[in-house]
Design a protein around this ligand. Structure first.
Ligand SMILES: [Fe+2]
Length: 232
């Protein structure tokens, strides 16, 4: 399974996930470039879907559906473990509520498409208000192998690392993370995220110490995640 990232608007990302000649468009905001890429690579866009229903992610749906014969998969109707087949290979649907309750991530090959749940360097705002759900979603995503690549819904890398440095001034990994940042192809691995992303570092001794110093609840990982989300 392969993936191609498309930047649109200021910092949004959409994706073509493809195998053989068949492709799935996720958050198809970059309608023109996606279709051009599909043409150049003899791909047929079979399905169009979204990571969640925020307008900046769904804005390309009408034009993409008009330009292709693709089937629209409403992310609200996708179920846990459901599989989208592309040329005999599978993209798995992973419900990841938290940012919104309808957030979906997708797993295929060695990568995850994480929408506004997990970004490169940070996590999404908890607009649903359900931090417990968000915690379980983050646990679900971070349980994938360390080499798993993270393709997210926005490029927030530079601001995220400025903020990570405020939280963990001494973190030696932030410089290397920024050095490997390429705005033309924004991707990191879970391993990278465990080194710099303060919101998934709730088991790192540095974050545990920080929470203790601030007298915040820190005895379980769920408490630590919630404390990080509430305070930072
Ligand atoms: Fe969003």
């Amino acid at each position: 399974m392969e993936i191609k990232q498309f930047k649109y608007s200021r910092d949004n990302f959409g994706y073509l996930v493809f195998s053989g000649q068949e492709a799935l468009a996720i958050d198809a905001g970059a309608v023109g470039p996606m279709n051009q890429f599909a043409r150049e690579n003899q791909l047929k866009i079979k399905f169009v879907t979204n990571t969640h229903l925020h307008q900046d992610h769904t804005c390309g749906n009408p034009a993409m559906l008009e330009k292709t014969n693709a089937q629209f998969l409403d992310c609200k109707t996708l179920k846990a473990g459901q599989v989208i087949e592309l040329a005999g290979e599978s993209v798995e649907v992973i419900p990841t509520p938290g940012h919104t309750l309808d957030c979906i991530s997708f797993a295929a090959g060695d990568f995850l498409v994480t929408g506004d749940t997990l970004f490169n360097g940070t996590v999404g705002n908890c607009f649903s208000g359900d931090l417990d759900a968000f915690f379980h979603s983050i646990k679900r995503l971070t349980a994938y192998p360390a080499k798993t690549k993270i393709y997210s819904g926005h490029d927030y890398v530079e601001d995220s690392m400025k903020y990570a440095r405020i939280i963990e001034k001494e973190n030696p990994h932030i410089d290397a993370y920024l050095k490997s940042y390429d705005p033309e192809k924004v991707v990191s691995t879970l391993d990278d995220e465990f080194k710099v992303n303060p919101y998934i570092r709730f088991n790192a001794p540095e974050i545990q110490d920080l929470l203790k110093q601030k007298n915040l609840p820190s005895s379980t990982e769920q408490e630590r995640f919630k404390a990080m989300m509430e305070v930072y």
